[in-house]
Design a protein around this ligand. Structure first.
Ligand code: AMO
Length: 465
């Protein structure tokens, strides 16, 4: 066992002439007979190592190494002669002259190349996602995602937000999608649902006087997948008390502007301040409520943010044959439209806003109803029966009897934001362990059948074998 502490590949350039110990994976190996070249990879990057036949036992071990073996290497850092430098590699000015080679763990030949940038199909990538994540681009996406969440946490902390966790085992908040359900063992025949968002909890935290809440939180929606949709995805969920629409939008605009200046300074904003459009203007000018407003769609570094406001409060649903909320049923109507609620609800506009980025809906939010009677009136317009109101939302109406501050919030979809900043088309690329288009986790083999006994415990019988 060596007394040397571990040096990272990227740090070797600061140790020229010194003996160092490295640990990591064999990225590539080239055997030139008298000399063997190895690229060692660790979390910091790559460094070239070379071992001469004269090294004896260490050379013999080096001959057995294959791609992705985990090794410990000892040697002396040497500056490379001018013409052998590799300008493409941050450590391209040095190489490690190896003296000791130790295999920590051997590896089978991976199902696809880790070192090359060739396209690999979705099935092998997701089945062996832990190998896929060793590749440069997927790894860079994880690093970018971390930089983004670290910035957000730091920013919101300075703005006096409290990060508070809310339950995953709960009763549903309808946000328009189907819910995932979890059977209860203690309460036979009863179910939890996984939240489509923490919407009700964050409003109840405002009732509780927390005033400024945020959470980087998983949300669950059983809906058909697309490139910008996963069954579980992450929101930056936020709620604030004593605010109006402009307070929420001002905060989110500052957050995103500073985030981009800090984390992706190579990007530039098309609109500063962000473009503002009402829903009606967006539909009239672009026939879309999430228009892609980039000036040059080939420019990877252009970010066109737009804030869309003044959404209609309700839309008519053909399938349900009645009005449904455009956003969700806790959204407040514009003050000027309050009278119309009783007479022409379809004309009412809401205190609702979306943030759009390069054609993606990146965030949605609203000012909420904080008046119990108004909330009840909305439930009635949506044709909920008294019984439905009580079983689904009784807890909200009860909470609203105890002093509710005016409040509102927003929830950026973190996966979509990271994907756009990473220049990726699909949010799968910025999620460590994403699911396929039909909702499967190929690596874990989920969803899967369960033993009969386990199902009986939770009072479930299936008709599928
Ligand atoms: P909304 O339903 O608009 O609002 O969701 C907010 C944002 O979450 C992202 N998003 C998704 N991302 C990936 N996969 C999905 N299946 C998916 N569904 C939504 C989008 C979207 O803009 N509770 C409200 C927020 C609020 O009112 O404060 C809500 O969830 O980027």
């Amino acid at each position: 066992v060596s007394e040397l502490t571990r040096t990272l590949a990227s740090d070797t350039v600061r140790h020229i002439g010194e003996r160092v110990r490295l640990q990591g994976w064999i990225h590539t190996r080239r055997d030139h007979g008298q000399l063997i070249f190895l690229d060692l990879r660790d979390r910091s990057g790559l460094v070239q190592c070379v071992i001469a036949k004269a090294a004896g036992e260490a050379y013999t071990t080096a001959q057995t190494l294959r791609s992705e073996f985990v090794v410990e290497l000892e040697g002396t850092v040497a500056e490379r002669p001018e013409k052998l430098r590799n300008p493409k590699l941050p450590t391209g000015t040095v190489e490690l002259k190896l003296e000791n080679v130790r295999v920590l763990n051997a590896a089978k030949t991976p199902p696809f190349g880790i070192a090359d940038e060739t396209e690999v199909g979705e099935v092998p990538r997701l089945t062996y996602r832990y190998l896929d994540l060793r590749r440069a681009k997927p790894r860079a996406n994880m690093v970018l995602r971390n930089a983004i969440t670290a910035f957000i946490r730091n920013f919101l902390q300075q703005e006096n937000f409290l990060e508070i966790e809310t339950p995953y085992l709960t009763k549903g908040t309808p946000e328009g999608a189907r819910e995932f359900i979890v059977p209860s063992r203690h309460q036979a025949g009863k179910f939890y649902t996984l939240p489509q968002s923490p919407q009700q909890f964050k409003q109840l935290l405002m009732v509780a006087g927390m005033e400024r809440y945020y959470q980087i939180v998983r949300c669950f929606r059983d809906e058909d997948q697309r490139r910008d949709r996963q069954p579980e995805f992450t929101q930056l969920d936020m709620e604030m008390s004593f605010v109006d629409e402009e307070d929420v939008l001002g905060l989110i605009e500052t957050l995103f502007t500073k985030l981009i200046e800090t984390v992706t300074p190579e990007k530039h904003l098309t609109f500063k301040p962000f473009k503002r459009l009402t829903y009606a203007e967006a539909m009239e000018q672009y026939q879309s409520d999430k228009p892609d407003l980039r000036k040059d769609k080939d420019d990877r570094n252009e970010l066109a943010f737009a804030i869309i406001t003044d959404f209609p409060m309700f839309e008519y649903s053909e399938t349900e044959g009645k009005l449904v909320p455009t956003h969700h049923l806790f959204t407040a109507p514009k003050d000027a439209d309050r009278e119309l609620l009783a007479t022409e609800p379809e004309k009412v506009k809401a205190k609702q806003y979306d943030l759009v980025l390069n054609g993606y809906e990146i965030a949605g939010g609203s000012i909420r109803i904080h008046d119990r009677d108004l909330q009840h009136q909305i439930f009635k317009i949506l044709k909920l029966s008294d019984e439905e109101i009580e079983t689904r939302f009784g807890h909200m109406l009860r909470a609203f009897e105890y002093g509710v501050p005016p409040h509102g919030g927003i929830a950026p979809g973190l996966d979509r934001l990271v994907a756009v900043l990473a220049g990726e088309d699909s949010i799968q690329e910025v999620i460590a362990f994403p699911k396929t288009g039909d909702g499967r986790d190929l690596m874990m083999g989920a969803p899967s059948a369960l033993p009969e006994k386990q199902l009986r415990d939770v009072h479930i019988r299936t008709d599928k074998k």
